[in-house]
Every structure is written in structure tokens, then in C-alpha cells.
Write a protein that binds this ligand. Structure first.
Ligand SMILES: Cc1cc2nc3c(=O)[nH]c(=O)nc-3n(C[C@H](O)[C@H](O)[C@H](O)COP(=O)(O)O)c2cc1C
Length: 407
């Protein structure tokens, strides 16, 4: 046990970057960007705290590669224009001042967004309505539109490099556009972008090939779903094949997650149902009269399940993937105690651990674990942070909204 604790806090190499330890801040949307999608002073403050607090590396919240791929959540980072580069440069300089690598997660939200927010139609590989974002049917992407999206990811990687990021992470998880291509549940295409695994993976392999052609050996990481709970969706065996294709296409490291937004709280799980936060923030629910809200409350629980297990739920998939590839594997999802972290590394399940919610409540959680001040995160996994970012900047609510001020 003691030996593994030393390993955890010993410098390690990930995709050519030197990390001071094996604990990474997983991508976490902060709702802090300005109207153009640029990071500002609040980002700098948060990321500086994460770096000072000992995070081995920081993966940013998802950054949109084009306008129609913007999140329906407020104030998403964007990386769709060169004019954003100077703002990102301030952020990377601040983090590098602490010797911490920083990776930009790049994404297109696909059908998991709303035209009312993006001002554009929503797009997907196939025109299937989403259970949550069901106001409109997404349009099926044409060949030309797929080419445009590939170009946007490649341009985003180029901008990330110019802005000083140590690498980019392709968001291939959680039901966003590239995950929609990889999953047979959302990809029903019969052309060269659907059907076989090679076809479903084609958009990702094209992005990787063209980033390599334009940016050389610039590190490109990927976050994938080891599985989801959709009928005909992702399963660990297919995820292993995708991981092998990623490695063969030059991907530098794979973070293994699971779930889609449509599945409720399956990406970030926990024992507490965040009813109060959902009632306060859900864009449809919050405008209803109180009596209707109360009557509908039980339905929310059905619509937003948090399947068990609540901890370490991606570890079987991570282990299977690690056995199949030789690039580093990062495990994420409910790995919040020192015992579990060292157990994952010790058992050869993954090479690195990433966490999201523990950094929300304690940006300096790594330092605390390293100094022996704590043996676990104080996060209670209430998921109020994940729900309330629809309303404003990321923060820990610790399972309770403040009492309403009298008018
Ligand atoms: C508030 C919040 C925002 C998130 N934003 C992102 C994101 O932008 N990109 C992403 O890949 N995952 C995102 N996630 C998922 C986390 O990266 C992580 O996969 C998940 O929370 C499980 O890890 P944890 O148990 O350590 O929180 C977010 C999670 C939370 C709680």
C-alpha cells in the first residue's frame, strides 16, 4: 500500500507530458466563458487553484469546435475562431507557471443541444430524437457537413497548439456527436460513415489523420465510452476495438468513461437524487407552477436514474481496454478515495486516474491526499454541481440550495 502511494505521487509521463503525479482533473464544464466562448479571469483563478492544488494535469471543460455544436449549458468554452487564441494563451501560461500540463477537450454536442441556444439546427449522424433534447428532430449530416466538422476539429487542434495547450482531448464519450457516430444506437447510416466499426470510426480516424498531417506529433488524447445503457449501444467489447483503432490512428492516451446525457445521471453517479436542483434548473421544469412540479417530481426520478454501482463503474471497461492497448489508459468515474485510487493503479486497471467532482469541492484535493491530510474526497456525490451549471458558474452545493431570500 505504502509503495503504491509513492508511485501515485511520483512524476509520470503521459503523451509526452511530465505529470507530477497520476491524478488528473477530468474535463469539467464550468459555465464560466464569455459570450464568444473565451476563458476569462474566473477560469484563470480556478485553473491556477487546480495547478497549485497539485493536479497532475488539467483537462479543460469541453470546448465547442463550431457554433452548431455548442452546448445548451450556459457559457461553454469555444475554440471555433482564431480570435480566441490570446485568451486561452493567458490560461495556459498561468497553469504552466506551476509546471502543470493542460489539455483542451474539444467537442461537438451533436443532437445533445438545443437550436434555441445555438441559433442553428441540431445535427446528428442519423435523424433520431433525443429523450432529453426532444424539442426537435436533429438533421442527418450530409457528406459535406461531415467534412466541415472534421475540418473544425482539425482547426481547433491547431488553435489549441497555438494557444499553448500541451495537447487536445477528443470528446468521444457521453453521447456527443463523435460518440453518436461510434454507437450503433445513434448511428443508423448505411453509407461509409455507418455500419461496420471501421465505418463508424471513420470520422475519428479522419480527424486524427488530418491533425497528424497538420500538427505532426501534437498529442491527441480521447475520452471514450466503455459502455452505455442504450439498446444496441456501446458495449465493452466494441469499446476495446475502438481503443485499438484509436491507438493505430496515433491517439496518445485513452480516458474511459460511460453513459450518455439521455441516460440521466449515469455519467456521474451517486446515492443522492438531486431533486431540488433539478426542480430549480431544468429548462422545462422550472417554469411550471409549484403544484405541477410537485406532482411530476416522481417522474423526474425515473427520467434521471443513477444506476448502480455508484463507484468505480468504468473500471471493468478500463481494464479490458488497458489489456488491449499499449498507450496509457485513464480511468474516471467515482474513484474518490486514496484506497480506490491506489487499488486501480496497483491492479493494473489503469495508468492514471482522473476525477471531476472531487475537484469541484476541493481544487486542492491532490495536495491534501499527498500530504496525508485526507484519505478521501469530501464530495458527497449529490450531483448538484452537474445540474446547477445550467443556471450559473460551477460550484459545490453540497446537496442543498440556499433558502430563498424573502422578496
Ligand atoms: C459539473 C460537471 C461538468 C462536466 N463536464 C464535462 C465535460 O465538459 N466533458 C466531459 O468529458 N465530462 C464532463 N463531466 C464528466 C466528468 O469528466 C467525469 O467523467 C464524471 O463526473 C465522473 O467522474 P467523477 O466521479 O470523478 O466526478 C462533467 C462532470 C461534472 C460533475
Amino acid at each position: 500500500m505504502t509503495i503504491m502511494t509513492i508511485d501515485l505521487f511520483r512524476p509520470a509521463t503521459l503523451a509526452g507530458m511530465i505529470l507530477q503525479n497520476r491524478l488528473i482533473r477530468s474535463a469539467t464544464h464550468e459555465s464560466l466563458a464569455d459570450g464568444s466562448g473565451a476563458p476569462g479571469a474566473a477560469h484563470k483563478k480556478l485553473y491556477t487553484a487546480l495547478a497549485e492544488g497539485g493536479a497532475g494535469a488539467i483537462i479543460t471543460g469541453y470546448a465547442g469546435v463550431q457554433q452548431d455544436g455548442k452546448s445548451s449549458l450556459a457559457n461553454m468554452l469555444m475554440i471555433n475562431d482564431d480570435s480566441l487564441i490570446p485568451a486561452y494563451r493567458k490560461l495556459t501560461d498561468a497553469v504552466h507557471g506551476h509546471g502543470t500540463p493542460i489539455i483542451l477537450q474539444i467537442a461537438h454536442c451533436g443532437r445533445q443541444t438545443r437550436s434555441a441556444v445555438t441559433g442553428r439546427p441540431t445535427f446528428a449522424p442519423s435523424p433520431l430524437k433525443d429523450f432529453i433534447f426532444n424539442e426537435e428532430r436533429p438533421q442527418e449530416l450530409s457528406e459535406r457537413e461531415i467534412e466541415t466538422i472534421i475540418g473544425s476539429f482539425v482547426a481547433a487542434a491547431g488553435r489549441a497548439r497555438k494557444a499553448g495547450f500541451d495537447g487536445v482531448q477528443l470528446h468521444l464519450a457521453h453521447g456527443y456527436l463523435l460518440a453518436e457516430f461510434l454507437s450503433s444506437y445513434t448511428n443508423r447510416r448505411r453509407d461509409r460513415w455507418g455500419g461496420s466499426i471501421a465505418n463508424k470510426f471513420r470520422i475519428v480516424s479522419e480527424i486524427l489523420r488530418r491533425i497528424k498531417a497538420e500538427e505532426g506529433d501534437y498529442p491527441v488524447l480521447a475520452k471514450i465510452n466503455g459502455y452505455d445503457h442504450r439498446r444496441g449501444g456501446m458495449r465493452p467489447l466494441e469499446a476495446v476495438e475502438i481503443a485499438c483503432l484509436l491507438e493505430a490512428s496515433g491517439c496518445s492516451a485513452i480516458e474511459v468513461s460511460s453513459g450518455t446525457v439521455e441516460e440521466g445521471l449515469s455519467i456521474m453517479r451517486g446515492p443522492i437524487f438531486p431533486a431540488e436542483a433539478l426542480r430549480a434548473s431544468n429548462f422545462r421544469f422550472k417554469s411550471l407552477p409549484t403544484a405541477v412540479k410537485k406532482a411530476l417530481a416522481p417522474l423526474l426520478r425515473l427520467a434521471m436514474p443513477s444506476p448502480k454501482p455508484w463507484r468505480g463503474y468504468n473500471l471493468d471497461a478500463a481494464k479490458a481496454i488497458r489489456q488491449a492497448v499499449s498507450i496509457p489508459v485513464i480511468a474516471v468515474g467515482g474513484i474518490h478515495t486514496l484506497e480506490n485510487i491506489t487499488g486501480v493503479l496497483d491492479s493494473g486497471t489503469a495508468d492514471f486516474i482522473s476525477m471531476s467532482r472531487p475537484f469541484v469541492i476541493e481544487p486542492n484535493i491532490v495536495r491534501k491526499l499527498q500530504e496525508g491530510r485526507q484519505t478521501a474526497s469530501r464530495c458527497i456525490e449529490c450531483n448538484y454541481c452537474a445540474i446547477m451549471i445550467e443556471e450559473g458558474p460551477l460550484r459545490c452545493w453540497y446537496g442543498k440550495l440556499p433558502a430563498r431570500q424573502p422578496a
